[in-house]
Design a protein around this ligand. Sequence first.
Ligand code: GLC
Length: 570
Amino acid sequence: MSDEDRAGPGGTTWWRDAVTYQVYPRSFADSDGNGFGDLPGVLGRLDHLVELGVDALWLSPFYRSPQVDAGYDVADYLDVDPLFGRLEDIDTLVAAAHQRGLRLIIDLVPNHTSDRHAWFEEALTAGPGSAARDRYVFRAGRGPGGNEPPNNWQSTFGGPAWTRVPDGQWYLHMFDPHQPDLNWESPVVRAEFAKILEFWLDRGVDGFRVDVAHGLVKNPDLPDWPADGAAPAKALDPAAAAPADARSDMNVLWERDDAPMWDQDGVHEIYREWREIVDGYQGGRILIAEAWVSPQERLARYVRPDEMHHAFNFDFLTAPWLPGQLRAVIDRTLEATGSVGAVATWVLSNHDVVRHTTRLAYPDPVMARAGGIGPGDPEPDVAAGLRRGRAATLLMLALPGAAYLYQGEELGLPEDTWLPDDARQDPVWERTGHKARGRDGCRVPLPWHADAPSYGFGPGPDSWLPQPEIWARYALSVQVGIAASTYEMYRAALALRRELRTGGEALEWLDTGDAEVLAFRVGELTVVTNFGASPVSIPAGLMPVVASASLDAGHLLDTDTTVWLREPAA
Ligand code: GLC
């Protein structure tokens, strides 16, 4: 199938090598000084994305919501929460983005609603057996008096996945009790979401990042899982700080291929329907799967020609900083996506995981996960983490396909591992009885100015999570124009990637004769990463054009460094 066919009627294939920047609205830029970022704040900083050189932005949820899970608990899919602005602010943002040549992707949360959504409130009052209840997953309990939950499923955020309502029935919530799961067997739910998609496509958005895309359909028998009630095998990680059953460890739990609530074949029918909807619009509108699915061959099913366009590659995100393992993940990804004619979708950080500059500072990749890091945990080596983080970014941005960046990574921001426990907002912290610290450490508002109150996040000093003093070192204001800064490294890499269109090229590994060094060619670019302790020489005859750290004597690649090289101009 050609690119044009895949793009749909009148579409383009802009997304095949696009770099998309994730904006987490509450932490990006605050226009009114209440300590929460908002849509006018995003508008005011849109030029930052243009200068950085990305192709698109993805906005995490801005919908009406009680904000129990930072907006991933939606009470109205067709309106903007007053915390972030008004519906018109989206229209303004779409227009302003398009005017600047940026695409705008929004987050769609179809697995669950807020318990304050009108559908759920109606379901509660309408009672057992009602059509309103059929929008959700209500069941009778087990045991005497139905006092036990219908099965043994655990919520991803900790605790049982079922909550009982006063009339005795139980409802399913794979996340917080305030996030009841929708019943995707219901044609009513399907029809409602088709309308929601159209509502936003009509307003001009360029696509949807689909939250928990692997979770919508459950095995209809709702069987116990694990069947014997034991902790999931893969979650038994000896390096884990807390017992497996107490941790909120999305990645580990979601990796299981036999789980009756994840990656059921039935989800694909939904995405085929949605693909038809987005293809009905001009301009190349896209669907992106947030699917914590392994192995790559299963994940590739989400990006078959009549389904989604991108699926985040979490195997890559969670891979340890080891050349052999990284190369294997890259190969497997390219093979699996290639087999269905899709592109790879690379990502290192997002609002759910420990920032990669911090994650890579630890020898054990388990720190990637939602457990979080806080006071009392082993402290990362911030400088070493940044060095590796930058090397990992340059490696990623050279890979063929699409890439996603998370706000603040262009500043080299570390995870905020100093956040006081009493400031935590992620429901994971309470739901696990304070065993998992949760995801607040990667959600701390951004530093724009080293010397301003709230580091320029807002006009005043307020910020919904406290910002650590170290933020001053990472502020955009101290990085612009400084050649060695992380910001300028991202800018240089993105500019060259765009100029050479490397995202659309094929990758060819080069033999380095050294197990600690990875090298590949992609189009006109040669990329070398040194994972080893001793410096290595860059290949003769090539000229360094972007590097994650300075090269000793102009040609020596030190430990944890990536360099991009080109043929010298004739
Ligand atoms: C996704 C989101 C995460 C949210 C969860 C429940 O994983 O990325 O932030 O908590 O879904 O909606």
